[in-house]
Design a protein around this ligand. Structure first.
Ligand SMILES: CC(C)(COP(=O)(O)OP(=O)(O)OC[C@H]1O[C@@H](n2cnc3c(N)ncnc32)[C@H](O)[C@@H]1OP(=O)(O)O)[C@@H](O)C(=O)NCCC(=O)NCCS
Length: 191
């Protein structure tokens, strides 16, 4: 299914990936601060593969982890978007996850939340998902703040251990947030 080519917000464009995104994407994937809550930083090759997979999924599904471009400067900021929940995870969800990763200079301006709102609108309104979830390491407070800001809900009883992270590893424990279309705080008339 297609139906989404690019989406504009006040400050951003969510769009398909371009060749020129690969260098700045590799830089952010090699940044220890950006990757603090992931098991490892990515090599240039791994970063390029990630972008290629994300682009292919957008072509296949019509939604995905979109490249995020800042309208004013034309700069590539990172990705925000929707992704099917990997079946290996011990969670049940009625729709995809929403996720984000921005380069350090683009933090602290509300850009991840702005892009995520657009991604959630595409998921709920264009694709008709009844639910969108998000999850992250229990230590990733900044990402959880985005989830809270969006109006997503966490039930601590649904916290889970990530199956591919070794027992005892600081990144193993994960939190799960859920959202339904009516939870959207930015939509007039929503609950
Ligand atoms: C997680 C991540 C996307 C959050 O980015 P962020 O910029 O903190 O998130 P937001 O876009 O919601 O911005 C909120 C911040 O911008 C500030 N802000 C400034 N202008 C704003 C505006 N117009 N609207 C909203 N917030 C604004 C807020 O006060 C807040 O700052 P604070 O955290 O210092 O209080 C970013 O830290 C990141 O890419 N991290 C690495 C990758 C990662 O961990 N991804 C998640 C894995 S699951």
């Amino acid at each position: 299914m297609t139906g989404f080519t690019e989406r504009r917000t006040a400050r951003l464009i969510l769009r398909q990936w371009r060749e020129s995104d690969l260098q700045p994407f590799a830089e952010l994937n090699a940044d220890p601060e950006v990757m603090e809550h992931f098991p490892a930083r990515l090599s240039r090759e791994q970063s390029d593969e990630f972008a290629a997979r994300a682009a292919a999924r957008i072509d296949d599904l019509g939604f995905g982890l979109w490249a995020v471009e800042v309208i004013e400067s034309g700069a590539f900021a990172g990705f925000v978007g929707l992704n099917p929940v990997p079946p290996i995870l011990p969670i049940q969800a009625a729709g995809p996850e929403v996720g984000w990763r921005l380069a350090r200079p683009f933090w602290g301006q509300g850009l991840a939340s702005e892009a995520a709102q657009a991604a959630l609108d595409v998921g709920f309104d264009t694709f008709g998902f009844e639910e969108i979830v998000s999850f992250t390491g229990a230590t990733n407070v900044r990402s959880q703040r985005v989830m809270q800001r969006l109006g997503m809900h966490r039930d601590p009883a649904e916290d889970f251990d990530h199956p591919v992270v070794a027992e005892g590893h600081r990144l193993r424990r994960h939190v799960l947030f859920r959202m339904r279309p009516t939870d959207r705080r930015w939509r007039a008339g929503s609950a």
